[in-house]
Design a protein around this ligand. Structure first.
Ligand code: TRP
Length: 361
């Protein structure tokens, strides 16, 4: 039976890139129900690996991320939410796994490499040890729950790959305790990485190019109507480009045929809209209004659920707290098995004392 685990760093509110890249997939998994347990972790310890000077930011975003989870429709009756720093078996497992991984191997991890550049760790202070270590800690997050399915965005593939390596290494060095995880990516490749509203490769808070799940209608409208399209598409008659046109990239991720019947019935599907745009004679404003209608339809129920849970913050807090208790039970169980496999569980292992007695008598 499947065990699903995934998580997010609480460094900001979640945006529609998170939504199509992973959150929507989690809701689908939840609704299919083909699992024994589904764990969703707020990765506050991991967030601190590159925000050590700003714990307030992490603290402030724990509840934001919980509200985002609940507002997309993740159901606390079907999903266990927990906080990473509340499960002490995780750093303990990490410590043992660290012996199975070399320093060059973590530094070669493509996600780590690009983040090192992005954070400027390579040209000023140097790389914090905890940061370099986070792929190993992520392997602990996954294996502590014996998760076999990890729904993530494409950028996390190197982490899952590295987790599998650690599992193989552990199982062959000690014994078959750990389970190899497999990533689950969105079916629609257009959802792997949504660009920012300004056309930059990625949505990022610091670039101010995100559409947040919690944006109200007015904000959403402003953002969509000022989105980057094709800089050479000036007059309506001009032929337009689809490639690199953010509005069409978003449509690729969100639009279904039924949206045309509802909001733009001169076309049957996205291909027809695209070819008209490419031919010329279709203005950006019309396409943007169509996208806006679709996003509005998708985000409105999310906003409503958020309002519902914002009025019940203590309840939300208790989901996280109770989930963390349950997560501890699971992770401690795995930690015991790990220590047993390594022969270091001296006080739960009757053989240990027997061996010692035999040896000294
Ligand atoms: N690295 C993930 C991110 O930045 C968060 C994360 C931490 C995670 N531990 C995990 C994701 C385990 C999946 C599984 O979003």
């Amino acid at each position: 039976m499947n065990i699903i685990l995934t998580g997010d760093r609480p460094t900001g509110k979640l945006h529609i890139g998170h939504y199509v890249g992973s959150l929507r997939e989690r809701v689908n998994l939840q609704n299919k129900g083909d699992y024994q347990d589904m764990f969703i972790m707020i990765a506050d310890s991991q967030a601190l690996t590159d925000n050590s000077g700003n714990p307030q930011k992490v603290r402030d975003n724990v509840m934001e991320v919980m509200l985002d989870y609940l507002s997309v429709g993740l159901d606390p009756q079907k999903v266990t939410f927990f906080i990473q720093s509340g499960v002490s078996a995780l750093p303990e497992l990490t410590a043992y796994y660290m012996n199975l991984v070399t320093l060059p191997r973590v530094l070669r991890n493509p996600t780590v490499k690009s983040e090192v550049k992005l954070r400027g760790f390579d040209n000023d202070k140097g790389i914090p040890v905890g940061f370099a270590n986070y792929p190993i800690s992520q392997a602990a997050d996954i294996t502590a729950f014996k998760a076999n399915i990890v729904p993530v965005g494409e950028d996390q593939l190197p982490m899952i790959e590295q987790a599998r390596e650690i599992v193989r290494s552990f199982n062959s060095t000690y014994s078959e305790v750990l389970v190899e995880p497999k990533e689950l990516l969105p079916e629609n490749k257009n959802c792997y990485r949504l660009p920012g509203t300004d056309g930059q490769a990625k949505m990022s808070k610091s670039l101010g190019n995100c559409i947040y799940l919690s944006d109200d209608s007015e904000t959403l409208k402003k953002k969509v109507m000022s989105m980057y399209t094709d800089k050479d598409h000036i007059k309506i008659e001009d032929p337009g480009k689809i490639e690199g046109n953010t509005v069409f990239t978003y449509l690729d991720a969100f639009c279904k045929d039924e949206h045309f019947q509802k909001y733009l019935n001169e076309y049957n599907n996205l291909d027809e809209l695209k070819s008209h745009y490419q031919k010329g004679g279709l203005g950006d404003v019309k396409v943007k209004k169509f996208l806006l209608a679709i996003l509005e339809e998708e985000l409105e129920p999310i906003r409503q659920r958020r309002k519902y849970y914002e009025a019940r913050i203590e309840e939300v807090y208790n989901y996280l707290k109770n989930g963390t208790n349950k997560a501890n039970e699971y992770a401690n169980k795995t930690l015991n098995e790990v220590k047993m496999a390594m022969g270091i569980n001296y006080f739960n292992d009757d053989n240990f004392i027997k061996e010692q007695i035999n040896k000294y008598n």
